[in-house]
Ligand binder design. Structure first.
Ligand code: 13P
Ligand code: SF4
Length: 304
């Protein structure tokens, strides 16, 4: 912490001077999560928080699609991201043309796009979803066939939860969660039988099937807080366990984890520079933003 303290102090002072707030995803490193964030949460919580920001500047500590979502939902604000190259393998896997291809293949089926998409893909979709509400959104739509983009694994997990729907999907995946296998979980359980296994729904369905619980990053925190297992294996990005370990000292976080190289592009040093110089601004074409807002707002309204 000694090494981080001067950055934390400088960022917190600059935030006040510039009338800025920091929205940080649960996968940020602990010094960001605990040191400088004003709001922490999963994608859904951060999107809702963005609608409520009154400050002039939002510094999005997360990946680019999250900053775009904040700009879409609160266009009057200046939205900064400390590194414009903080992308996402899911967001990069599909374009608006891909959405059109799916519509041509499944005429009449609505498109539910994960928030892990560009503004253009959101604008081409009927409604968005996050990992926290995907099953709820799909179940609420009247059509039987539902197109989910771009996460094939989230779509397959939703298909298992909402069997009355015919869910079809785009073949994207998260480079962090696709690496886990069911065998990893079985091997770990054999070695450490009392471990509670908690998997993010971006994991393949056979991994989710081996888990005791599956949910969004905030869902994972709620589950561990409520259940207080003696040992917990979080089948997700590494910072998740690091961020919550201190507030749950009675839970022993065990097992391997995978790092998201995009999330890890955000550092205290870059946050300080972005705030100081007012750089790495995220903008969205207003026409695209209007259409995308409709899809994101529809999701927020449906999940309240
Ligand atoms: P959550 O919405 O569960 O936080 O996950 C989003 C995600 O994929 C972050 O990379
Ligand atoms: Fe994208 Fe996966 Fe990284 Fe989340 S963890 S930002 S889904 S690559």
């Amino acid at each position: 912490w000694a090494v981080f303290a001067p950055y934390v102090a400088a960022i917190n002072t600059l935030k006040k001077e510039k009338n800025a707030v920091i929205l940080a995803h649960n996968y940020m490193t602990p010094e960001i999560y605990h040191g400088v964030a004003d709001v922490v949460g999963d994608s859904l919580a951060l999107a809702i928080a963005a609608t409520e920001v009154e400050a002039d500047i939002i510094v999005q500590c997360g990946v680019h699609f999250m900053a775009e979502t904040s700009k879409i939902l609160n266009p009057a604000k200046t939205v900064l991201i400390p590194d414009l190259e903080a992308g996402c393998s899911l967001a990069e896997s599909i374009t608006a043309e891909g959405v059109a291809e799916m519509r041509a293949k499944y005429p009449g089926a609505p498109v539910v796009s994960y928030v892990n998409t560009t503004a253009e893909v959101k604008a081409a979709s009927d409604i968005c979803c996050t990992s926290a509400n995907a099953a709820q959104i799909v179940a609420a739509l009247p059509e039987e066939t539902i197109i989910m983009t771009p996460d094939q694994f989230l779509a397959q997990n939703v298909a298992n939860m909402v069997p009355e729907k015919n869910v079809v999907w785009w073949a994207g995946s998260c480079i962090v969660h696709e690496q886990y296998t069911a065998q990893d979980i079985r091997d770990f359980r054999e070695w450490h039988p009392s471990t509670r296994v908690i998997a993010h729904p971006e994991c393949p369905p056979e991994v989710v099937a081996e888990a005791d619980f599956s949910g969004s990053t905030s869902g994972i925190l709620d589950y561990v807080t409520r259940e207080r297992p003696e040992h917990a294996m979080l089948v997700t990005e590494c910072s998740m366990a690091s961020n919550i370990a201190d507030q749950l000292p009675d839970v022993d976080f065990v097992g391997p984890c995978n790092m998201c190289p995009y999330m890890k592009k955000i550092t205290l040093e870059k946050i300080l520079w972005s705030l100081h110089a007012g750089v790495m601004e995220v903008t969205v074409d207003p026409d695209v933003a209007d259409k995308a807002r409709h899809a994101v707002q529809r999701m927020i309204d449906l999940s309240r």
